[in-house]
Design a protein around this ligand. Structure first.
Ligand code: CA
Length: 228
């Protein structure tokens, strides 16, 4: 499961990231409202944790903008602003829940699970992501091809999950980079190609007819047509 953390205080962002990663969540941190909004707009996250007092755009605005643009990713506001007005405003802007700082990590985990349960009950989405012969179990973070388990690293899992979330859709290198490594990566780096190469070797032996198709000069997509 992929979580976007929009939080400008490095200490809190690090604490959240470390804790959530230890629980098996894939996390990406945005340190200001604008970066957070642009990552969230791509819609490739399962959950957003949003601070309110952010440099640039205020958290309320980030939330409102996302909902206006029909980005309905479950969202929990984390804020020290604990007045009733702020809670009500946050929820009216489309947040799914609200947690005031300081909070215990256990409470955050419980809230995340509750919000995700509600959201998957609505969307009917289960923990298993399937695409052709590929299966990714989001809960146990195990990946299978043709029923055989394949051990992937955290970054490889994040890439394949992204591609599997929308088979046939073209994902540009930049989009993969932003989603898996974050916005501060050099867009000229070839790290995406390197990881795609590793993934292909593991997933289908790196053959020319790999399911992970290169669209020259554009990016990559999962092509299941000849495989199913
Ligand atoms: Ca803040």
């Amino acid at each position: 499961m992929r979580i976007l953390i929009i939080e400008d205080e490095t200490r809190i962002a690090d604490f959240l990231q470390r804790g959530l990663r230890a629980e098996g969540y894939f996390c990406l941190v945005a340190n200001d409202g604008e970066t957070g909004l642009s990552l969230a707009m791509e819609g490739d996250f399962d959950l957003i944790l949003l601070d309110l007092m952010l440099p640039g755009i205020h958290g309320h605005e980030v939330c409102q903008h996302l909902r206006m643009e029909q980005v309905n990713t479950p969202l929990i506001i984390l804020s020290a602003m604990d007045s009733l007005d702020d809670v009500i405003t946050g929820l009216r802007m489309g947040a799914d829940d609200y947690l005031t700082k300081p909070f215990s990590f256990e409470e955050l985990l419980a809230r995340i699970e509750a919000v995700m349960r509600r959201s998957s009950a609505i969307s009917g989405q289960d923990q298993k992501l399937k695409a052709g012969p590929l299966l990714f179990d989001r809960k146990s973070l195990r990946f299978f091809a043709d029923g055989t388990e394949i051990k992937l690293t955290a970054k490889e899992l994040a890439i394949i999950e992204l591609l599997m979330s929308n088979p046939g859709t073209l994902f540009s290198r930049e989009r993969i980079l932003n989603n898996v490594w974050g916005l501060d990566m050099d867009p000229l780096t070839n790290v995406v190609d390197v990881y795609i190469g590793k993934l292909r070797k593991k997933v289908d032996g790196g053959s020319d007819s790999s399911m992970i198709e290169t669209v020259r000069g554009m990016g990559y997509r999962l092509n299941l047509e000849e495989k199913v």
